[in-house]
Design a protein around this ligand. Structure first.
Ligand SMILES: [Zn+2]
Length: 112
C-alpha cells in the first residue's frame, strides 16, 4: 500500500505509524495510522478503516445506529420514541430543545 505524506490541515505533515487501534472497546489490532506530529491529530487510512469496520461487524457493533421506530398518531401530531441505547449514547436525555427538518420526501433530520 502506498504511503503518501500529505499536509495536515494545521500546516504540519502527516506521518505514518503502526498503532494498536481500539474502537468502541474492540481491539482492532496493529494498524497503519496517519498522524500529525504538530497538532496530534490521527487519521485512519482507508485500508485501516476497512479492518476496523470488519472487527466491529464481528463484534456486532457496526451499524447499530439504524433502529426501527414506531409512529403513533396523537391528534394531528405523530409521536415516536427514540431507542434507549441511542438516547444514552448521544446524551439525548439531557437535551431540551432541537430542530427537525425534512431532507427529501422520506427522511427527517433532527439536530440538537
Ligand atoms: Zn496537524
Amino acid at each position: 500500500m502506498q504511503k503518501i505524506a500529505y499536509p495536515c490541515p494545521c500546516g504540519g505533515k502527516i506521518h505514518w505509524k503502526k498503532e494498536k487501534v481500539i474502537r468502541d472497546g474492540v481491539d482492532c489490532g496493529l494498524l497503519d495510522v496517519e498522524y500529525c506530529k504538530i497538532c496530534g491529530e490521527e487519521y485512519l487510512p482507508e485500508e485501516s478503516m476497512h479492518i476496523v469496520e470488519q472487527k466491529l461487524k464481528e463484534a456486532g457493533l457496526w451499524g447499530i445506529e439504524r433502529k426501527e421506530i414506531k409512529f403513533w398518531k396523537s391528534g394531528t401530531s405523530i409521536t415516536t420514541r427514540f431507542p434507549a441505547e441511542m438516547v444514552k449514547k448521544i446524551g439525548l436525555d439531557r437535551v431540551k430543545k432541537g430542530h427537525i427538518y425534512l431532507e427529501g420526501d422520506r427522511k427527517l433530520t433532527i439536530e440538537f
